[in-house]
Write a protein that binds this ligand. Sequence first.
Ligand code: GLU
Length: 311
Amino acid sequence: MPKSAYIGRFAPSPTGPLHAGSLVAALASWLDARAHGGTWLVRIEDVDTPRCLPGMDALILQQLAACGLHPDAPPTYQSQRGPRYQQALDQLVASGWAYPCACSRKEIEIACAALGQVRGRNAELVYPGTCRSGLLGRPARAWRLRTDAFKENWPPALIPSAQAAIKSIVDGVLTWHDRQLGLQQQNLPKEVGDFVLRRADGLWAYQLAVVVDDAAQGITHVVRGQDLADNTPRQIWLQQALGLPTPQYLHTPLVLGPNGEKLSKQNGAQALDVAQPLAALNAAAQVLGLAACGGDVASALAQWVGQWKCK
Ligand code: GLU
């Protein structure tokens, strides 16, 4: 049983079954937790309710179990955590970090075009900060987090963490260390902009939910797919705004589909075949640079834990 202070998690969104790509992240986070003698949790990230499919949580848990990946506690569900997310948003609003935004997508597009802005990361527009200074009588739609805290116009910090956050970025550039990718940098205000915490449709944004839950569950190590790496600075920034600790991050290599794009539920990845768990695990292990193992699932996992320790 786990003895160390390490707490890791696998956090699938129940929008489809596990596939070869998501198994890599699941296996890596499980191996990292086991190699550290730590605790491994599963969190079902079902905040984006329109994208979630009924029964997918149970299927994912069955798939993990078939692969010998058993969490150390019953899974938690983000859909049950709304009051805690609201508390975090209230704290951010009270401390001046978050503000309501009245802009529609169209208005943001027009404002960005007027500024000559081309689409940034993930083809998303960088919000130009229109509502930072007020709604001008328009109704609030979404809530956003300021990313311009390094500027001189930032109001006096109302919580001590603001000072730490301001120090953590230089000219807007947030730097962090990824255990797999090494030193990483992102200019938050330029590349991402003030980002959404609560969406116009009332749903909680992934960034807020993940940060609140990682802290509430005492997560010390986040191990997940590389497609999520560029969310990390937003999450570190949010942790600092909320006065929460920052876990260590490791982003695992992606499995590419036949079209060369990341294998995902969206581009039709095949559900993991639970009748052949060892074959699926071996494929995932190979992506992680581990040697192929025969025998049964339990002995393969034990061998990989040993190999992982040596990394
Ligand atoms: N729920 C996210 C996904 O399935 C993962 C979030 C995370 O690991 O931080 O892509």
